[in-house]
Design a binder for this molecule. Structure first.
Ligand SMILES: [Zn+2]
Length: 97
């Protein structure tokens, strides 16, 4: 099992379970919180079934692998906007019903 971000071999059981090494996990958490989100929220967004959101998150991770924080921020914000829009739509539909 390799780290999803840097592709280094993972050895610690906890790292293998998370699919990410401790250094990358810390960097990822700091990047994500800089975008006003938590790692848990990204997980919820990624598993929301919204293909556009999932794609933007995958692009975010690719940009992070390439150590391109500017693109990563752009893609994560697009994921966030898309996800927020979906929530808004659902709320609007519920209100209209
Ligand atoms: Zn790593």
């Amino acid at each position: 099992m390799r780290c999803q971000i840097c592709k280094r071999q993972l050895t610690a059981v906890e790292s293998i379970a998370q699919g990410i090494g401790p250094e990358c996990a810390a960097n990822y958490a700091s990047f994500v919180s800089g975008c006003g989100l938590t790692v848990g929220e990204i997980g919820v967004m990624a598993l929301s079934g919204n293909a556009t959101v999932a794609r933007q998150i995958a692009l975010t991770n690719s940009a992070l692998r390439a150590v391109n924080r500017r693109d990563a921020t752009y893609f994560l914000n697009r994921a966030k906007d898309e996800y927020a829009q979906k929530d808004f739509t659902l709320e609007t539909l519920a209100e209209a019903a």
